[in-house]
Design a protein around this ligand. Structure first.
Ligand code: ADP
Length: 349
């Protein structure tokens, strides 16, 4: 299937800073796709190049099969929503949403129908005559979003649009944004440095690092099968153990960690016996017990710290080689883990 967006070997340099480095990326239509990565990794530059606000130094950008690399913003069918969501303060809600449609020269009947349809989509039917100053923060965001969607762009670009909101409203808007994307079936390309936000909304997450794609996939795969230490650390909390490959096949790997044999799921990357690997242990995937656990991978340790977090307790366990593992313990299990001695094991191993 032809992707709606394709970056082919796209590089963008500013003087001697390479913001985006030979980026290759294909985005399927109708998906919620998030560019995720630390500040400065090239997310916004990527988005701005697709919007036409920056011209790549080299490479090609395709939109629905058409080369748009050098087209100005108004000649390509994408729309962008920025962080501040600025609405026109002197225009009411209906006129704000109608703005792009008027530029397109649509008839007033067609504009009216489209505005009503969009207001219904976000349950703001009764608000068409209100001015931005008469709306709550969340309502203003919905209107700004509808203004951007009104001209029916092929891709809606969203550059950290929720970062200025307080935590509660931010969570509500995440759910709502995802629902709007599903209802409209539009392709959303969203930029954030917040992994939780990315996990909540995305069909596909593109993890970026230093101007390149580090790994791309659905949230569950990225979380459970990170292919690099960078991704393991950036998405969720990770305990990392340095080990070496002894053998294995495409699905399981036999490893040795600190002289102890360990079995782990394969990452899909080609590896040879003797290669160094990092075992990623998620805190919630560590079983803890006051006596040795049956089967393989039972590791003795000492409990160094317990931190009560309401719906779980975070426990810091020091193991034989001196490294410390963070384990997440359910409230019903914590009372049985009194004392210092503990055995830990990756759940399901
Ligand atoms: P992100 O969105 O991931 O925080 P950006 O795409 O904004 O990252 O920036 C990537 C890199 O390019 C950073 O090192 C940034 O300083 C640099 N950069 C971005 N825009 C410009 C510009 N207009 N001029 C010079 N350097 C820039």
């Amino acid at each position: 299937m032809q992707p709606v967006v394709e970056f082919a070997n796209v590089t963008k340099s500013y003087g001697n800073v390479t913001a985006v480095d030979e980026l290759n990326l294909r985005i399927e239509a109708g998906k919620f796709v998030t560019l995720l990565g630390p500040s400065g990794c090239g997310k916004s530059t990527t988005l701005r190049m697709l919007g036409g606000f920056e011209i790549p130094s080299s490479g090609r950008i395709m939109l629905a099969g058409k080369d748009v690399t050098r087209l100005p913003p108004n000649k390509r069918n994408v729309n962008i929503v920025f962080q501040d969501y600025a609405l026109f303060p002197h225009m009411d809600v209906a006129r704000n949403i109608a703005f792009g449609l008027e530029l397109q020269g649509k008839s007033s009947d067609a504009i009216h129908r489209r505005v009503m349809e969009l207001l219904e989509l976000v349950q703001l039917q009764g608000y068409s005559r209100r001015f931005p100053s008469e709306l709550s923060g969340g309502q203003r965001q919905r209107v700004a979003l509808m203004r951007a969607l009104a001209p029916d762009p092929q891709v809606l670009l969203l550059d950290e649009p929720l970062s200025a909101l307080d935590a509660k409203l931010r969570q509500q808007m995440q759910i709502e944004l995802k629902a709007i994307q599903e209802r409209t079936g539009k392709t959303f390309l969203f930029v954030t440095h917040d992994q939780e936000e990315a996990l909540t909304m995305s069909d596909t997450i593109v993890v970026m690092n230093e101007g390149r794609v580090e790994q791309m996939g659905d949230p569950k795969t990225l979380y459970s099968r990170p292919q690099s230490v960078f991704v393991a650390n950036f998405i969720g909390d990770a305990n990392l153990l340095k080990a070496r490959i002894v053998g294995g096949d495409d699905t399981r790997m036999a490893l040795t960690w600190n002289g102890t044999p360990v079995e782990a799921a394969a990452t899909g990357r080609r590896a040879q016996p003797g290669d160094p690997v990092c075992i990623v242990l998620r805190p919630e995937s560590i079983e803890c017990s006051t006596s040795p656990l049956a089967g393989a991978n039972s590791i003795p340790g000492k409990i160094r710290q317990r931190v009560f977090k309401g719906n779980h307790t975070s426990m810091l366990v020091e193991i034989a080689d001196g490294s410390r593992l963070m384990a997440l313990v359910h409230p019903t299990d914590i009372d049985s883990l009194s004392g210092e001695d503990v055995w830990v094991r990756p759940a399901g191993a």
